[in-house]
Design a protein around this ligand. Structure first.
Ligand code: SF4
Ligand code: SF4
Length: 383
């Protein structure tokens, strides 16, 4: 076990890294009761906070890296402890000492790729817009209605590129005058910040903000709740404010304004999974359901652990880049919950959720039972 000594220095370092708030904790343990980790293995945020208060954090341990920043425990805490900030501050200290357990090393690869190419997936910067090469998608120009900020997974990941294409098809069908930034777009930085890489986040944010300002961007459409969260709640730290809208909100706006017409039927039983960063962190619960409810033939059923109590997919807080052993994956539990309500389609609106759900679908051999769909993929089929 590696701890940093002497203890006072560690406490000071954690404080400096932003974890001062741990002093408020009175060890009630409510956070542990609601944490999804305790459905698959033991993990105690309460203990992590207690150890940090005494400077006894095992900085080479796995626990420091477990929190998916799902947001479930902060909404329960009677003392207003911001557990996610505590976890981030501990990770900042571990990052500073360059101490990482084996399961976290792949997150280091993602970090290196973000620094060199602007995305965590080791894609070449110049190929960021390759998904759109056969589509009528223009580079963004000042005066256009909206910038479509595609995000890293939808730009590079083969499964998620289908969602970018569906989004572009819908926007074109609705006559939206939109453009993309292509190679000028950088990772939004939300998840790398949660792994403690504060400077990397700041550099990404500055570059994106510069690109938005230089190109005269006013309104930004995003597919990822992580981009949505950071543009809306974290970029204002840089004294800027953009009008940001998630695709689930924009689709409803287009349908309600009569710009997008639903013509077809979707005769399947669908359940909707609330992504943590769209629902719990940003209160977008109704719009995705309203879209699904407007589609003829579609039967919407609810799983257990829905809306504010949604079960995390396991991908937030940089966990999407870390190894989680079979048997400890929240996404496996989520697929079982979808199966329990006899859903044929598990719909959601987040690239991390889709990535984790697709992997669970393979591992659980649910190929014949359940499809995983982004909202846009369903809407694309009925317009
Ligand atoms: S719920 Fe809040 S006060 Fe209770 S143990 Fe967790 S962090 Fe501490
Ligand atoms: S934010 Fe979520 S994953 Fe992190 S400790 Fe709280 S409940 Fe657990």
């Amino acid at each position: 076990m590696e701890t940093i000594a002497p203890f006072k220095e560690v406490v000071d370092e954690i404080k400096e890294a932003g974890g001062d708030i741990f002093k408020l904790c009175f060890q009630c343990g409510l956070c542990d009761v609601v944490c999804p980790w305790n459905r698959v293995r033991q993990f105690s945020m309460r203990k992590l906070i207690r150890e940090a208060a005494f400077g006894l954090t095992e900085i080479d341990g796995e626990d420091l890296w477990r929190c998916t920043t799902c947001g479930t425990c902060p909404q329960q805490c009677p003392r207003g402890v911001k557990q996610i900030d505590v976890a981030m501050s501990l990770r900042r200290v571990a990052s500073e000492y360059e101490v990482f357990p084996a399961s976290v090393r792949s997150a280091r690869t993602a970090r290196a790729s973000i620094i060199s190419e602007g995305n965590p997936l080791q894609g070449e910067r110049d190929k960021r817009a390759e998904w759109a090469k056969d589509l009528p998608v223009k580079p963004f120009e000042e005066g256009m209605e909206i910038l479509y900020f595609v995000g890293c997974y939808l730009s590079y990941d083969p499964r998620m590129k289908k969602v970018a294409i569906a989004t572009a098809n819908i926007l074109n069908a609705a006559g939206v005058n939109f453009g993309i930034l292509g190679a000028k777009e950088n990772c939004c930085g939300e998840s790398i910040r949660k792994t403690g890489s504060e400077e990397v986040f700041k550099n990404l944010a500055r570059e994106n903000i510069k690109a938005f300002i230089d190109n005269g961007v006013k309104r930004i459409l995003v597919s990822s709740p992580h981009c949505y969260h950071t543009f809306k709640n974290e970029y204002p730290e840089f004294m800027v404010s953009f009008d940001v809208i998630h695709i689930s909100q924009f689709l409803l706006e287009l349908i309600s304004a009569g710009r997008l017409e639903i013509k077809g039927k979707y005769e399947r039983t669908v359940t909707y999974h609330d992504p943590c960063y769209l629902g719990r962190h940003n209160d977008v619960f109704d719009q995705p359901r309203e879209i699904l409810n407007r589609i003829p033939g579609l039967e919407l059923v609810e799983m257990r652990d829905t809306r504010r109590a949604s079960l995390c997919c396991g991908g937030g807080g940089g966990r999407i880049w870390m190894d989680t052993p079979i048997g400890e994956r929240f996404s496996d539990l989520r697929l079982q919950q979808a199966k329990d309500v006899s859903a044929q389609v598990l719909a959601t609106a987040c690239p991390y959720c889709i990535t984790n759900f697709e992997e669970s679908r393979l591992n659980l051999e649910y190929d014949d039972i359940l499809e995983i769909k982004d909202l846009t993929e369903i809407v694309q089929e009925v317009i």
